[in-house]
Design a protein around this ligand. Structure first.
Ligand code: ATP
Length: 135
């Protein structure tokens, strides 16, 4: 079994899609290990998105991800990392995510793509430690 970090980003919380996302996670057969609603500061945001530092959308991304409450969760199950990325769909909700995925069903813009899921075992370990140091 494997763990992944999932975020329902501020757009998802504002649009009241937390239940929808958690429902899809549970229906897939994955388990919630931890979940917390919080508004993060620039420091955590910059650490989380360190790989995008210097990219043209970095400042907008930090502004967005710190703009209001988000749901951070640790999700567990067999192949949880790939399984959640399948549920989420591709980064661009229109060009990449297909209908039936969270982004494909509810998203329109790449910046406001509702959810995050760790993209590798290394990212998952780093992100879980960053967001849930006690776990
Ligand atoms: P996430 O890391 O949030 O799961 P991802 O792995 O699908 O998303 P990344 O390429 O890591 O996509 O980009 C991280 C986040 O940065 C995206 O989810 C999106 O919110 C934002 N982003 C990525 N590319 C762009 C872009 N071209 N314009 C605006 N925002 C972008």
């Amino acid at each position: 079994s494997e763990r992944t970090l999932v975020l329902v980003k501020p757009d998802g919380v504002q649009r009241k899609l937390v239940g929808e996302v958690l429902s899809r996670i549970e229906r897939k057969g994955l388990s919630l290990v931890a979940a917390e609603l919080r508004t993060i500061d620039d420091e955590l945001a910059a650490q989380h998105y360190a790989e995008h530092d210097g990219k043209p959308f970095f400042n907008d991304l930090l502004e967005f991800i710190t703009s209001g409450p988000l749901l951070a969760a640790v999700v567990e199950g067999p192949r949880a990392i790939a399984a959640f990325r399948q549920l989420a769909g591709g980064t661009d909700p229109v060009e990449k995510a297909t209908p039936g995925t969270i982004r494909g069903d509810f998203g329109l813009e790449t910046q406001f793509n509702l959810v995050h899921g760790s993209d590798s075992a290394e990212s998952a370990a780093r992100e879980i430690k960053l967001w849930f140091p006690a776990l």
